[in-house]
Design a protein around this ligand. Structure first.
Ligand SMILES: Cc1cc2nc3c(=O)[nH]c(=O)nc-3n(C[C@H](O)[C@H](O)[C@H](O)COP(=O)(O)O)c2cc1C
Length: 332
């Protein structure tokens, strides 16, 4: 309640990306406040484990990619009750992304529009930061992508291979975004990663993250690729380009904002439909991480009922604060 009544109104007076920097800097200070840290950990800690292969997720609620693109504060974020955290998206080299402003709030519709464009400090810095925290009681994933300057199939495959090899020993899972490169290159990357994985001593998970607007024909294609190249599962889904679930006021606002993926409540039931489709086609073959538009306990239940095993959130953390994570964990 304190978050929604007091903290959020103050934060929402400031431009979204600036709030993000404030939060990251705040968490870097919080890192050194041991007594407060242990109090927060105790308050939000939830142990309701879920196992997949050799990985034990301490609970089923994760933080989606894009919140800690820089791997600057993932360990502190985990204190707020996340069972797993996905850092990135990370590319081999640092990338500035799109010019700002590039994150927008549609407050009444509890949604965000983002066109950040994979800004990140690059592999080297992210890897160093992960190595600084070898002991973790939550699972860590990394969302990887090619450099914007890599255009040929060889360059793209080389970028993903480099990221995969470099992070391999230090994370629990990898995520690739379907739609961020074309389908033929995506298949070449999956084939190469399957080869690399075969030669590794332990098997780290590989997930494919799907966009909310993916048509059924493309879903069938990506499911077949996941089967052929032994991916472990799907994250369904990322943002949508569709604004039809927004209220008319928010739609007018969104028109003024322009291009960008819509996250949060405005995704509506799109992600749930994708989860349900995958589940109906593949039964127990894949791990499914439901994401996109999970704002309330009821949304979480709908995702699980549709077939999700784990859940990932982003927007509800912004709109409802850390208590939302506790509530979600309690409710499932
Ligand atoms: C500001 C912002 C930045 C994001 N950056 C990334 C990213 O770098 N990589 C990615 O895979 N998803 C990114 N996402 C998508 C989220 O991971 C998530 O899939 C999406 O927001 C849907 O979840 P939600 O409805 O709980 O917010 C971003 C989302 C937002 C709002």
């Amino acid at each position: 309640m304190t978050y929604k009544r007091i903290i959020r109104p103050l934060l929402f007076k400031i431009e979204p990306e600036q709030v993000h920097h404030l939060l990251v800097n705040g968490l870097k200070c919080y890192r050194h406040l041991s007594p407060i840290r242990s109090g927060i950990r105790k308050k939000y800690h939830t142990y309701k484990p879920f196992s997949y292969k050799d990985i034990v997720f301490p609970n089923r609620i994760g933080l989606a990619a894009g919140f800690d693109k820089e791997a600057a504060v993932f360990d502190e974020l985990a204190d707020f009750g996340f069972g797993f955290i996905e850092i990135g998206t990370v590319t081999p080299h640092p990338f500035d992304g799109n010019p700002g402003p590039r994150i927008f709030r549609l407050i009444d519709d509890e949604s965000l529009i983002s066109r950040t464009g994979f800004n990140n400090p690059g592999l080297e810095i992210v890897l160093d930061r992960i190595k600084e925290i070898p002991k973790r009681n939550y699972r860590l994933g990394v969302n990887i992508n090619k450099d914007a300057t890599s255009t040929t199939s060889e360059q793209i495959v080389a970028d993903f291979s480099l990221l995969f090899d470099s992070f391999y020993l230090f994370v629990d899972y990898f995520t690739l975004n379907w739609g961020s490169i074309d389908a033929a290159d995506f298949e070449a990357v999956l084939a190469q990663l399957a080869n690399l994985r075969e030669a590794k001593p332990e098997n780290k998970c590989l997930f494919i993250k799907l966009p909310a607007d993916i048509p059924e024909a493309a879903l069938d294609t990506v499911i077949a690729l996941a089967q052929r190249y032994h991916a472990d599962g799907f994250i369904a889904t990322g943002p949508t380009m569709d604004r039809s679930n927004l209220s008319s006021t928010a739609r007018t606002e969104a028109d003024k904002i322009g291009a960008g993926g819509l996250s949060g409540k405005g995704i509506g039931a799109k992600s749930v439909h994708v989860v349900r489709y995958i589940k109906s086609k593949t039964q127990e073959q894949f791990l499914i991480i439901g994401a996109g538009g999970i704002m309330t306990s009821q949304d979480a239940k709908n995702m699980l009922e549709a077939g999700a095993d784990l859940l990932q959130v982003y927007s509800t953390f912004i709109y409802n604060g850390p208590n939302a994570i506790l509530e979600l964990n309690k409710s499932i």
